[in-house]
Design a protein around this ligand. Structure first.
Ligand SMILES: [Zn+2]
Length: 363
């Protein structure tokens, strides 16, 4: 960098001379392009910079000094501009090296960890139900999603003319008209009862949960889907009555929703139980004081249940004079929507990771 001679500098105000002296050291301390741009603004920017103030000094200088001073001013400006350009190019090169080093693959580093998935919120709710009932001696049973009419309807005491048997409500397999997509998890009851009937006396009874996917011809809307999930539960023993059903479910709801969760039972009808009931639980959101979810009543319907119809036992080869039991069935989506205040059922199936993360489905 060429320095202007001392005589020419003497024509400038003191602060300008100092600024010229400081330029080199200020330039060498610029270690980033941002810092360099700031320095550029101070020395050769349009307004208020040293160059523009030098131009002002030049304008105001006495006529006889203008020529000399002009040479000094132009020399300084060019020196600054050239030096800044050189430094800019050095810093740009350094930045490029740094960026490419950042993107470089280092074989000595451990491999990047891909994001870990987690169980879907509906599966987690089903697992929670299983965890509640397992200590009570219930094990998990599964059944096929393609079922026969015998298991899906006949074995459950559902009359021949019941509307659920129609093609308007149920998906039948086109090539095999006797096969259908199960409309509830209850055919698992029929299969398990038939399988375990011969050893019922030896085992002293049956207790199981049947979580699973079921299908109905429902239009998709915020509260309906042609595919959804249920958890079915069943207990068979000697002398089983409504008090066993009520005690078991009241315990389960407290285990699920907390010790404050009260339940109430209302009479209802299902062909496979007698008597049948529906169970409400104290709204888990407002605790019973009334809110939007429970529509101000403080109660939400949570499942259907009842004592197993003697015909269901008889069809499975179990003597209803000796054995009795209860069964219950719970909608998984309905419960998940209620607990999480999710207004639209479809969110559970759209696999939008933002929703799943909010639901705690992903870490
Ligand atoms: Zn409520």
């Amino acid at each position: 960098m060429t320095q202007p001679d001392a005589n020419a500098l003497s024509l400038l105000p003191t602060e300008m001379v100092e600024a010229c002296d400081d330029f080199s050291s200020a330039l060498s301390t610029c270690s980033t392009l941002d810092e360099l741009n700031r320095l550029k603004g101070i020395y050769i920017g349009r307004e208020g910079s040293f160059s523009s103030r030098l131009m002002d000094a030049l304008k105001k200088a006495p006529k006889e000094q203008k020529r000399n001073l002009g040479a000094v001013v132009n020399g300084l400006k060019k020196t600054w501009e050239d030096a800044i350009k050189v430094r800019q190019s050095e810093l740009e090169t350094a930045k490029q090296h740094l960026d490419s080093a950042k993107n470089a693959w280092d074989a000595t580093l451990p491999p990047p960890t891909p994001p870990t998935g987690a169980l879907h919120p509906l599966n987690r709710l089903m697992d929670r139900l299983v965890d509640v009932f397992r200590p009570l001696g219930y094990h998990v049973e599964e059944g096929p999603e393609v079922e026969t009419e015998e298991h899906n309807f006949d074995g459950l005491n559902i009359p021949e003319d019941h509307p659920a048997r129609g093609t308007a409500d149920t998906f039948y397999l086109a090539q095999h008209s006797e096969l259908l997509l199960r409309t509830h998890t209850s055919p698992v009851q029929v299969r398990v009862l038939k399988r375990l009937a011969p050893e019922l006396e030896k085992k002293g009874g049956i207790r199981f949960l049947a979580p699973g996917r079921v299908y109905r011809k429902d239009e998709i809307d915020p509260t309906h889907s042609p595919m959804f999930h249920q958890v079915e539960g069943m207990l068979v023993g000697k002398g089983i009555g409504m008090h066993h059903l009520k005690g078991t479910l009241a315990y389960a709801m407290k285990a699920l929703f907390g010790p404050e969760a009260d339940v109430r039972f209302r009479p209802s009808y299902f062909p496979f139980v007698e008597p049948g009931c529906e169970m409400d639980v104290h709204c888990p959101l407002c605790g019973g004081s009334g809110c939007r979810v429970c529509k101000g009543s403080g109660w939400v319907e949570i499942l259907g249940a009842g004592l197993i119809h003697p015909n269901v036992l008889r069809i499975a080869g179990i003597d209803p004079e000796i054995w009795s039991g209860f069964a219950f069935g719970m909608g998984v989506e309905r419960t998940a929507m209620m607990v999480s205040q999710t207004p639209d059922l479809r969110l559970f199936f759209e696999n939008d990771q933002r929703f799943l993360q909010v639901m705690g489905g992903l870490d």
